[in-house]
Design a protein around this ligand. Structure first.
Ligand SMILES: O=C(O)CCC(=O)C(=O)O
Length: 303
């Protein structure tokens, strides 16, 4: 006689069904939370007897998500932060409130990321080596190397007069192409894409402890969109309003390969990096520790 045992799982429609195979993820019906079968928070609640009647099981994670469950903050921390950032972004970035700010996770392939990291290593050597800019005599925790135009608080020059007086490297053609593709893929019209000719990039390197305070990118004369690319460890990126550094803002997670474009009504939004999350860089991105962020801009300047 065959094994007649079956397990009661929850399907993508949220209804129970009989399955010959055990579930691989657990969940709580009331809280609409899913997590690992060995989730310490769930096991503690089960030991107290309060959880069991609401416990559900899913064949796989996709089913839990389809049924409207969100990841557990205790046993699935990374998934939870990603879910929370997406939720906050969706809530506070209603089309009326935050137009023209678009995030595309995983836009760059790992090969592209690795190649860009190789370029970064060369840029960092000079002729103007990577350095921490000084604001009112204090070094920033983030280190920056520039392409096209050199940024120092709070102006652009061709020569790095605050470093060694050398002229910065030219802005690479491939990056103009990448910037245009970023605009095209975030919904800009053909004419805007064709006109977009970024001529400076601030390439920042963050170690685990580096932060970037809330600021506006306003040293450019042009208000063409800013194209931001991230590689390496994920960070918490705070994107706010155009009035001041305070709320409303949303904390987004920018991971390796992510593209974020802000223009139009969001072009002068305050933004900053509140935290770098060590050990989150994916294998193969070219960076073992820390985070690189490239922001391409159009300065609107001529020599
Ligand atoms: O690192 C980031 O994601 C933001 C960089 C930035 O805001 C800047 O360089 O002005």
């Amino acid at each position: 006689m065959g094994d007649l045992r079956h397990y009661t799982l929850t399907g993508p429609d949220g209804r129970p069904y009989a399955s010959p195979a055990k579930g691989t993820w657990g969940g709580h019906r009331g809280g609409k939370i899913y997590g690992r079968l060995d989730c310490p928070a769930a096991l503690r609640a089960i030991a107290k007897g309060s959880y069991v009647k609401d416990r559900v099981f899913f064949a796989d994670e996709q089913t839990a998500i389809a049924a409207g469950y969100r990841p557990c903050g205790a046993c699935c921390k990374e998934r939870y932060h990603t879910w929370k950032a997406a939720k906050d972004f969706g809530e506070s970035w209603g089309p009326d409130q935050r137009p023209d700010a678009v995030l595309i996770p995983g836009w760059l392939t790992l090969d592209q990321q690795e190649w860009i990291v190789g370029q970064f290593n060369r840029w960092a050597e000079g002729p103007v080596p990577i350095r921490a800019a000084k604001v009112r005599g204090h070094e920033m925790s983030v280190r920056t190397v520039c392409l096209g135009w050199h940024w120092q608080p709070y102006k652009y020059t061709r020569e790095a007069t605050d470093v060694n007086g050398a002229r910065v490297l030219p802005f690479p053609d491939w990056m103009v192409g990448l910037g245009r593709r970023a605009l095209r893929e975030t919904g800009y019209a053909d004419a805007e894409v064709a006109e977009y000719t970024p001529d400076t990039a601030l390439v920042n390197y963050y170690d685990d402890t580096a932060r970037l305070g809330m600021h506006q990118d306003k040293d450019e004369r042009s208000l063409a969109p800013v194209v931001s690319l991230s590689i390496g460890d994920a960070c918490t990126f705070r994107f706010g309003n155009t009035e001041n550094r305070n709320k409303p803002y949303a904390d987004l997670q920018l991971g390796s390969g992510d593209l974020f474009v802000f223009g139009g009504a969001s072009r002068l939004a305050y933004h900053g990096v509140t935290r770098v999350h060590p050990f989150t860089a994916p294998d193969g991105c070219g960076l073992d520790t820390g985070r690189i962020n490239i922001t391409m801009r159009m300065t609107g300047l001529t020599d």
